[in-house]
Design a protein around this ligand. Structure first.
Ligand code: WQD
Length: 335
């Protein structure tokens, strides 16, 4: 299949492109590099021995997107491109709604013009909002979120569902990710955000590399076994493989389908910190600080649906996640 991957130079996108190329598909990356580096394309080539086509364009630019679609027959789209910083979205809501919604709608319009009917969307567990009990199941109401970033995911899921109602021969798979961490085993691809990281694992990586002084754990008084928040961390390579499975499923199905991608188990921030220390034989300086606004105490996936309909389960251990994260952070710090 020829697969157009928006945001294909980003953290999850680049790992997915590697899995696509390794499975014999062709990948066409569309990325404006607003939060990714151009050398990711070279790194993908180093890992796979194949160079994906690359268009440095903004997904909301319809004319540029049309040129990318005209470059070869696109069979399916995986849509990662979007702003993703939760805290920033609270400060800049218009920017988030404009960018994330516009790019998705432009993409759908161009797909329609070119007769492309398979769409895999990068959604998030954030769509379950604060009121559902965990583990989260796909048939729970997913109509609420706690940040403009999260609301863009809720709204795009809605747009895709309505689009499928109007176009019953279209297939949209809404992949609801839990907390992806880890990096490619080559140490060449990983989560490398600009500036000070917001997410836990890239922050831990910079502390381990000595680039940041210590980790602050946000809250030690949650109603959880050790008082710190629990999340469902999954390896980014498992997540990338999940996209491949979704693509295979979409190839002979129509309709809209929401599917969780998580391990089905929660671990706490402290457990992750200790797993990182053990896996990499080091001590990580940390303090317990106040809670962060908007954090939920605990959630993880019910991972049954992904197994039943995609034949997908996460296979990497927490140790794999911690080791590969450190390998990538260490190499990045040396550059
Ligand atoms: C995990 C845990 C923090 C940083 C968010 C989005 C989600 C997805 C992934 C993506 C929490 C704690 C963190 C730190 C800490 N979006 N923490 N100290 O908030 O579960 O999910 O990112 O692009 O949609 O909502 O992930 O990695 O920020 O936090 O103690 O310096 O680590 O409180 O319990 P989160 P996270």
């Amino acid at each position: 299949m020829n697969v157009l991957v928006t945001g294909g130079a980003g953290y999850i996108g680049s790992h997915t492109v590697v899995e696509l190329l390794n499975a014999g598909h062709e990948a066409v990356i569309v990325d404006d590099l607003s939060n990714a580096k151009a050398d990711v394309i070279d790194r993908i080539e180093t890992i796979t021995g194949k160079r994906p086509a690359f268009h440095q364009i903004d997904c909301a630019d319809g004319a540029a997107l049309r040129r990318a679609f005209a470059s070869c027959k696109i069979d399916a789209v995986i849509h990662f491109a979007g702003f993703k910083a939760v805290g920033e979205s609270v400060r800049k809501p218009l920017q988030y709604y404009r960018n994330n919604l516009d790019s998705t709608m432009t993409l759908l319009e161009v797909m329609e013009e070119f007769g492309c009917k398979k769409f895999i969307f990068s959604s998030s567990a954030t769509v379950y909002g604060p009121n559902n009990p965990h583990p989260y199941k796909e048939d729970m109401p997913a109509i609420q979120s706690s940040s403009p970033y999260g609301w863009t995911k809720v709204m795009i899921e809605r747009i895709l569902t309505d689009y499928v109602t109007a176009h019953p021969d279209f297939c949209a798979i809404l992949l609801r990710y839990f907390n992806p961490i880890g990096a490619h085993e080559s140490g060449l691809l990983g989560d490398d955000p600009n500036g000070i990281p917001n997410n836990l694992m890239p922050y831990i990586g910079r502390v381990a590399a000595g680039q940041l002084e210590k980790l602050t754990i946000f809250g030690g008084d949650y109603p959880t076994p050790d008082g710190t928040c629990q999340r469902d961390y999954l390896h980014v390579v498992d997540l990338a493989v999940g996209h491949l499975k979704a693509l295979e499923y979409a190839a002979d199905h129509t309709g809209a389908e929401a599917i969780n991608l998580g391990t089905g188990h929660g671990i706490s921030v402290l457990e992750l910190v200790h797993a990182f220390e053990t896996a990499n034989q080091m001590k990580l300086p940390y303090v317990i600080g106040p809670r962060r606004d908007g954090d939920l105490p605990a959630f993880w996936a019910d991972a049954q649906k992904a197994e039943t309909i995609l034949g997908w389960t996460a296979t990497h251990s927490v140790e794999d996640m911690c080791r590969s994260s450190w390998e990538f952070a260490r190499k990045s710090a040396e550059q």
